[in-house]
Write a protein that binds this ligand. Structure first.
Ligand SMILES: NC(=O)c1ccc[n+]([C@@H]2O[C@H](COP(=O)([O-])OP(=O)(O)OC[C@H]3O[C@@H](n4cnc5c(N)ncnc54)[C@H](O)[C@@H]3O)[C@@H](O)[C@H]2O)c1
Length: 254
């Protein structure tokens, strides 16, 4: 079950955290993994880990916000069975404390980056007669979280794009779903704690862990397991769905 043998998988942001765990697991299951990364060294690092385990992967230095770069790389890859839109960046701020520059930066990576990958990958999937797309959304798209204005905006857009694509390309045998994690312990979380809560790192880490009723943050590997199911042939009946992976954050926080 859950074999990806013979499949070509494109994973954005595969150099770190959730994207790295997905890349490693998909390669272990037999896919040839293409890592699309702003941080080319981090992508190469993931490729080394995959190759050490006997898998196949290629690192592509790329900014997902740049449509021409994305088109050139995806067209050179040629065959794409699986696309995981995972690259994303965080931001803390309210509507009145988010600068236009920050709003645009978040939009360009988290929204336009997803659109660019869809724009480039879907025609390749259509010409193959099938494909699977998985978008990394967030619980921030479903509930109001303090001071996550631009980030929540971007993940709400990811949820809407998931439904739109699932509807429009159903007849082309392309499925599209999303995962909405609560807090997952990755460099993304450590980075924004360090940047926004200098000097209080431990207390904030503890607070963020406890905001999941299950009492801890998720692990990147736990997201990767669900990603594998959703991108496998075994999930052939699943499309247009968002999956909470949240230690009870949305439904059990009472
Ligand atoms: N960690 C969490 O708690 C959490 C929760 C919910 C959703 N998410 C989402 O999961 C995804 C992955 O998060 P993570 O925690 O693994 O983050 P991370 O920071 O560990 O990894 C993100 C990767 O994306 C890459 N990236 C950033 N901008 C890029 C760009 N413009 N082009 C190409 N690559 C780019 C980074 O270099 C990095 O390697 C993000 O979309 C994030 O919003 C994370």
């Amino acid at each position: 079950m859950f074999s990806l043998k013979g499949k070509s998988a494109v994973i954005t942001g595969g150099g770190s955290g959730i994207g790295r765990a997905i890349s490693v697991l998909f390669a272990k299951q037999g896919a040839v993994v293409h890592i699309i990364e702003l941080n080319a060294d981090a992508a190469k690092d993931t490729v080394s880990e995959i190759e050490k385990g006997g898998g196949k992967a290629v690192a592509h230095g790329c900014n997902v916000s740049d449509q021409q770069q994305v088109l050139d790389i995806y067209n050179a890859i040629g065959e794409i069975d699986i696309l995981v839109n995972n690259a994303g960046i965080a931001h803390i701020g309210e509507a009145t404390t988010t600068s236009e520059e920050d709003f645009t930066r978040i939009f360009n990576v988290n929204v336009k980056g997803v659109y660019n990958s869809l724009f480039a990958a879907i025609p390749l999937m259509k010409s193959k007669g099938k494909g699977v797309i998985l978008n990394m959304a967030s619980i921030a798209a479903a509930v109001g979280i303090t001071s996550r204005f631009a980030y929540s905006m971007s993940k709400g857009a990811v949820s809407a794009m998931t439904l739109s694509v699932a509807r429009d390309y159903m007849a082309d045998n392309i499925r599209c779903n999303s995962i909405s994690p609560a807090r997952v312990h990755t460099p993304f979380v450590d980075g924004f704690i360090a940047k926004n809560y200098a000097g209080q790192e431990e207390q904030i880490f503890e607070k963020l862990s406890k905001s999941q009723p299950i009492g801890r943050m998720g692990k990147p590997e736990e997201v990767a397991s669900l990603a594998l199911y959703l991108c496998s042939d075994e999930a052939g009946f699943v499309t247009g769905c968002d999956y909470l992976l949240d230690g009870g954050f949305v439904k059990l926080n009472n």
